[in-house]
Design a protein around this ligand. Structure first.
Ligand SMILES: Nc1ncnc2c1ncn2[C@@H]1O[C@H](COP(=O)(O)OP(=O)(O)OP(=O)(O)O)[C@@H](O)[C@H]1O
Ligand SMILES: [Mg+2]
Length: 310
């Protein structure tokens, strides 16, 4: 349904998308995960026919988006990164405007507005001016607008950015629901978000795909090792030595009064660490697992990727 082949995009000298290929089959929800400047928006803009690639092809429902974007766009609902939603129109008029723009006749427009208002839970807001809605609800209007013509493919660029946790949860549920009937490509830089919404994730970093897998396999890769930050008062060298001898511990690095203890993911050495520290009469102030930051995950994936390629 969505197919990207050797896609490359330069902005002047800057390489934004570097020879990426992927496919999303009908009915799948796929996450495009990557940090800022990874190339997510660029890829999506090419896929939706708003931007020409430097090289390569992007297909939606077998339409080549560089040569046949008019036809292709009929199959796509697109919610761009920044929705121009600061408008004086009421929600109903705003949706009507987009429905007519999409070529729906008056009757179909009325029908579809009823549908999307129900799907996006906008019933109470139908007569509210869009610009006066809270950000989360504006985001929902953005989604409603993108599905007004009932497209097969949905492309959503960071749909949960800048909204509060409750509305984030609701928006994620909404996308999951939409995924039952549509093929969805959703971009995000939030790792847990893809595991909630998506069946499969494509990780993109500096314009390149560094990993592509289902959530389960990917989590296993990412859970390769565990790190615990331990704060202990006492003789530093002895403490570090003792921690190194704790069963399951692979490495210990010292940062002031803190010790970063690394172990395989399946081992949790915290109770043994406590035992060791207490037995030696030192003072254990804290021991907590360090979550990997997205940047670290990318770093790890990038390195792994390069190693496996050679
Ligand atoms: N119109 C443009 N002109 C020049 N460079 C651009 C343009 N748009 C994007 N870039 C550059 O291309 C790279 C990829 O940008 P892109 O917006 O696709 O990233 P992104 O993954 O969507 O990031 P973000 O998470 O910040 O939205 C960045 O280095 C960016 O600075
Ligand atoms: Mg972006």
């Amino acid at each position: 349904m969505i197919r990207v082949q050797n896609l490359t995009k330069y902005y002047g000298e800057r390489l934004a998308v570097d020879n990426i290929s992927f496919e999303v089959s009908k009915g799948q929800i796929v996450g495009l995960l990557g940090p800022n400047a990874a190339g997510k928006t660029t890829t999506m803009r090419i896929l939706t026919g708003y931007l020409m690639p430097t090289r390569g092809d992007a297909y939606i429902a077998d339409c080549n988006m560089t040569t046949d974007s008019l036809e292709g766009r009929r199959h796509i609902g697109y919610m761009p990164e920044s929705i121009p939603l600061y408008t004086d129109m009421k929600v109903r008029d705003y949706l009507t405007f987009f429905a007519r723009l999409r070529g729906l006749d008056a009757e179909r427009t009325r029908k579809r507005i009823d549908d999307v208002v129900e799907i996006c839970h906008l019933e109470e807001y139908i007569d509210v001016i869009v610009g006066k809605l809270s950000k989360g609800f504006r985001q929902r209007v953005g989604i409603a607008q993108s599905i007004i013509h009932d497209p097969e493919v949905l492309i959503l660029d960071e749909p949960t950015v800048g909204i509060d946790p409750i509305q984030v949860a609701q928006t994620r549920n909404l996308i999951k629901e939409l995924g039952k009937e549509h093929t969805v490509l959703v971009s995000t830089h939030i790792l847990p978000e893809v595991s909630i919404i998506c069946e499969r994730v494509i990780i993109i970093h500096r314009g390149k795909i560094v990993a592509e897998d289902n959530i389960e396999n990917l989590s296993a890769i990412l859970r390769g090792s565990r790190r615990i930050k331990v704060e202990v008062r006492g003789p530093a060298d002895k403490i570090a030595d003792a921690l190194r001898r704790v069963p399951g511990v692979k490495r210990v690095a010292r940062e002031g009064n803190y010790y970063i203890v690394e172990s395989p993911a399946e081992v949790d050495p915290r109770s043994k660490i406590t035992e060791t520290v207490v037995k030696n009469g030192w003072n254990l102030l804290s021991a907590e697992t360090i979550e990997m930051s997205l940047e670290e995950i990318f770093l790890q994936l990038t390195t792994n990727h390069e190693e496996t390629e050679e």
